[in-house]
Design a protein around this ligand. Structure first.
Ligand SMILES: NC(=O)c1ccc[n+]([C@@H]2O[C@H](COP(=O)([O-])OP(=O)(O)OC[C@H]3O[C@@H](n4cnc5c(N)ncnc54)[C@H](O)[C@@H]3O)[C@@H](O)[C@H]2O)c1
Length: 203
């Protein structure tokens, strides 16, 4: 069974992705510091899939700890990198927190992807890279616009880092730019819990 590492696996999109990966025959490990989540969604994933998911409670900004996860899982065939802070409003008030967290974690994950020769890498980017698009609908060919927040800038910078990385490394990389997903798994066991205060995660 091929193994995929999902970062941010305890979050909204990460948890749903893990369900899909398992349903499609993959083995999954998660890395999530739970800075903006708890392990509650993973419990939901386990109930839905009947499979135990191991989450490494690791801050991806810590290179040594991140490296240890890859060292323990040398058979990983791909990484889906969801882990990030994502509140646009908070990023305006705390830009350094966003640059520090979102970019350092990405750099560390890419360092490990290279060191352990992981063939596939998916970056959870965002439609916010298009800025205030003047023409709708936005397509993959729409030029990127001025970032409207530090959060959006971390996604633009992240994409640029990956493009430069991909030029000189053999990893297959994809930038996944999506708009705000809505909804929840039909079981109701996992879902999104928007909160005015991004520090709070409500079960
Ligand atoms: N939800 C949306 O509407 C949306 C839209 C476009 C893009 N995205 C992007 O998709 C990704 C996932 O979004 P989500 O809605 O699932 O967010 P989420 O907040 O539910 O999940 C993100 C997870 O990442 C973890 N995390 C953050 N920093 C970390 C770090 N340094 N080390 C380890 N774990 C860390 C958090 O604890 C959280 O569980 C994010 O990168 C986000 O920017 C989300």
């Amino acid at each position: 069974m091929q193994k995929v590492l999902v970062t941010g696996g305890c979050g909204y999109i990460g948890s749903h992705t893990i369900v899909d990966l398992i349903n499609n025959g993959f083995d999954v490990v998660s890395v999530d510091s739970n800075i903006r989540s708890s392990t509650k969604l993973l419990e939901g994933v386990e109930k839905i899939t009947g499979r135990k998911i191991h989450n490494y409670k690791v801050d991806l900004c810590n290179l040594e700890d991140t490296n240890a996860v890859f060292h323990e899982n040398r058979d990983i065939v791909g990484v889906i990198h969801f882990a990030a802070l994502k509140s646009v409003g908070e990023s305006v008030n705390e830009p350094l927190l966003y640059f520090q967290n979102n970019l350092t974690s990405l750099i560390n994950v890419l360092k490990c992807v290279r060191e352990y020769n992981i063939p596939n890498f998916v970056f959870s980017s965002s439609c916010s890279v298009y800025g205030n698009a003047t023409e709708l609908p936005v397509t993959e060919n729409t030029p990127l616009g001025e970032a409207q927040s530090p959060y959006a800038r971390t996604k633009q910078m992240g994409e640029q880092m990956i493009e430069d990385y991909a030029r000189v490394n053999a990893t297959n990389s994809i930038l996944l730019r999506y708009f705000n997903p809505v909804g929840a798994h039909p079981s109701g066991l996992i879902g999104n819990c928007p909160s005015a205060n991004p520090i709070t995660w409500c079960p």
